[in-house]
Design a protein around this ligand. Sequence first.
Ligand code: PMP
Length: 409
Amino acid sequence: MHRLDVGRVRAEFPTLAETVNGRPLVYLDSAATSQKPQPVLDALDAYWVHDNANVHRGIHELSRRATEAYEGARLELARWIGASDAAEVVFTTGTTGAINLVAHAWGLDNVREGDEILLTVLEHHSNIVPWQLLARRTGARLRYIEIDDQGRLILDGLDHLLTERTRLVALGQVSNALGTVNPVKEVAARARAAGALVLVDGAQGAVHSRVDVHELGADFYALSGHKMCGPTGIGALWARRELLDSMSPWQGGGEMIHTVERDMSSWAPVPHKFEAGTPNIAGAVGLGAAVEYLSALGMDAIVEHERDVLRYALEGLAAVTGVRVYGPESLDERSAVVSFTMGDAHPHDISTILDSQGVAIRAGHHCAQLVMKHFGISATARASFYLYNTRADVDRLVEGLEAVRTIFG
Ligand code: PMP
């Protein structure tokens, strides 16, 4: 395996050259959204400047080009997540859009009163609230896999949690709040053996690992483009073809129909059945370019690099007096996200002080209030790392935290 040339990578991300509060920017908030490399920006620019037209229906040259770029991105993404059929990839607004699509299009027809949906305490609100709304409409019950004091799923009781009423197990691949890498393969295998379907929230997983939806054992896989070098407002839902075929559309409109009569219509084949209206064509093109960019660098090299920076960060933070890091102790069970608190300093104050030094981190509940509740806190500070971060970035973080320590004692 080749090593990632981080200097070259950094040079491709123009935003990283910004100066913030008089210091060169250190961007440690990629779990919220990643920065974008020049090839993605160029692809977006080229689309808008040369190819912009609506897709599918047009006979003219520009529409043909736009359709080719849009469908080409679907094919690229399908290959990247190990899907054998590009029609299994539905473009959505992101992970949130994908999960809500499943909750409506699959959930309303397949979940009944007394049925159960099994979630985990680690979930992002996007993988909780849609199921709460579904449960309220159907009378289904939500159950949760608990976590231990390292923020790892407790799987001892899984066989009791999985009952004949469990219709779906929905879990994240990687926790955005703690960085925990969940044993998705194991949970999925046990869920499917119990007759439940499995939805994997890959918002953070697709960023930090090579994904193969079949190997994971997923029935549904959701991802967001903006976390993996692509634009905002685009993501995807992958699902097995027969599952998508069996589902009713969620939203109605143009693009998703075959014929329209006065009282009823028939649907276009998947994936178009689930893509009502003019889609985010430029977004898809940008996401396709992002996938191409990441593929060319090689996910193995990216993961290896992130691991080195993560190890260095964990060591660095451990050396700062008063810092408490949350999440698994073992590097093998965590991804490039580090959540921490620091004595009496509020995470927002930590973030503000770091920002004054040009270091961008996130502070808050990270849309994972159940995780915060588990640890009896309301917020953490979170540094998240991606392919362009370096050990020097970690040094700047640690230097900033030393400043926090001198202020808060
Ligand atoms: N799940 C996880 C684990 C996430 O980290 C995020 C984004 N923070 C989401 C879901 C929601 O993604 P989006 O806002 O892109 O729809």
